[in-house]
Design a protein around this ligand. Structure first.
Ligand code: ADP
Length: 432
């Protein structure tokens, strides 16, 4: 159009002097040149926008360049939006991985760390930033891990010690892409500890049951193969009875523990008068002591406890039973009950027995922990009494406190929190 306009102007200007054709040609040339110049300028403006500030609005250009600009700007904006969406998605994805209690490490084909989550760094003792591009086997040197990584058999997880040798970490290796590997890490310290406790427990129970069973089968053999006198027969039968009672006590305590572990916490509004529960405890203690000890019981100022009567009775009964069993003849066992100023109740069982050395105190409530194994068994102990007491106290929101001194006796206290304690007078007022 510019060329046509130039040609027309050239022809018009050249007409009076007879140079119509030359004027037309020159005009067309000048027109085309102007067009190229303007085009070039627009292209420069556009290129500048593209390379320097494409984030701002595109320059308003007319004509074809305007159209090109508009479409390119639209395409660029669309691409920017998509990139931002992808970045947001990636950030969200990484945040989700970071929120997981398990760790993730991505290794390249030469076992160098490409990416590592904070949790994996904690599990493996790595530094998320500093250790990037480091070969993992230079940093995690546990032989089990190194040989597992090189074994190419990743079916099972590998277990390694935690950083600074504490705890246990399980690592699952999964190959992906072209030689890359994904490591999934998990802190299994608690699980391992629970497994070990369970294994110990099963071993202990088996041992506790096997011993009286061996004795019993020995007696059965004796009775079957030897002609015994009436006196011998009575003696053997009485020993068999003792072993049977020992197994019964053990199975009974195991069932109590299983029930405590498997049932919900006792109701907080089922009120038990302490004297009522105490009466049964007293009767058992009197029978067990058979007049060998000075026993005294004070069940407090008309207190009531909220919870399971059978559990509370078994807990207090176990403490009194222990005090009687471990205190030599002539000693005393004193039970007192106090209402503390904060509203909690304390049931205290004090004896003048042999006392317990301080190193044993923290372990007394462990299952089957005994200070003196033979004394415990000889007096019918199962090694489970104090763990039952502790369980019951905790299920009622309270605790078991133990203090003792060798040669001076022991003091076992069950604390029941204020929320589960009331006095008869308050109870009567509430009922009225
Ligand atoms: P056991 O059935 O063996 O008595 P417990 O769990 O009741 O088991 O007690 C654990 C250990 O604590 C006992 O074996 C005993 O060594 C010690 N013990 C418990 N009560 C007393 C006490 N009143 N005096 C001395 N030692 C005690």
């Amino acid at each position: 159009m510019f060329a046509a306009l130039g040609a027309w102007l050239g022809m018009t200007a050249g007409q009076p002097i007879g140079f119509e054709v030359l004027g037309g040609a020159l005009g067309a040339g000048a027109g085309a040149g102007s067009l190229a110049l303007i085009d070039g300028l627009r292209a420069r403006v556009w290129l500048r926008w593209l390379s320097v500030n494409s984030s701002e609005d595109a320059p308003p250009l007319a004509g074809l360049w305007g159209e090109v600009g508009l479409r390119s700007e639209r395409a660029l904006r669309l691409r920017d939006r998509e990139i931002r969406r992808e970045q947001d998605r990636l950030a969200e994805f990484l945040t989700a991985i970071e929120a997981s209690p398990n760790g993730v490490v991505m290794l390249d084909a030469s076992e160098q760390i490409e990416w590592c989550s904070g949790m994996a760094a904690e599990h493996l003792g790595l530094d998320v930033q500093r250790d990037r591009q480091q070969r993992i086997t230079n940093l995690v040197r546990a032989p089990a891990f190194v040989s597992h990584l090189h074994s190419h058999n990743f079916e099972l997880p590998v277990l390694i010690p935690g950083p600074r040798g504490r705890g246990s970490i399980s690592i699952i290796v999964r190959p992906y892409g072209e030689g890359q590997r994904l490591l999934l890490t998990q802190d299994v310290t608690a699980r391992e500890r629970d497994d070990a406790t369970r294994r110990d427990f099963v071993a202990n129970v088996s041992h506790e049951i096997r011993t009286p069973l061996t004795v019993l089968s020995g007696f059965v053999e004796t009775m079957a193969s030897l002609p015994l006198t009436e006196v011998e027969r009575t003696r053997v039968l009485s020993m068999m009875g003792a072993q049977t009672r020992r197994m019964q006590a053990l199975v009974g305590d195991l069932l109590v523990l299983a029930r405590l572990e498997g049932s919900p916490r006792p109701l907080a509004d089922a009120w038990v008068p302490i004297e009522q529960m105490g009466a049964a405890v007293e009767a058992d203690a009197l029978g067990l002591s058979a007049g060998r000890h000075a026993l005294s019981f004070d069940w407090g100022p008309g207190l009531q406890l909220a919870g399971a009567e059978a559990e509370l009775q078994s807990a207090v009964g176990n403490l009194v039973n222990n005090a009687v069993r471990y205190t030599p003849e002539g000693g005393s066992v004193t039970v007192t009950t106090h209402l503390r100023s904060d509203g909690a109740a304390e049931i205290r069982v004090v004896d003048t027995g042999p006392g317990i050395a301080p190193e044993h105190l923290p372990r007394l409530t462990e299952r089957f922990y005994r200070v003196d194994g033979s004394r415990s068994r000889d007096t019918g102990g199962t090694g489970l009494g104090l763990s039952i007491v502790k369980h019951v106290a905790q299920r009622h929101g309270g605790e078991l406190k133990i203090s003792s001194e060798i040669g001076r006796g022991s003091c076992f206290t069950i604390v029941v929190p204020a929320a589960r304690v009331r006095q008869r007078s308050t109870a009567d007022a509430t009922a009225a």
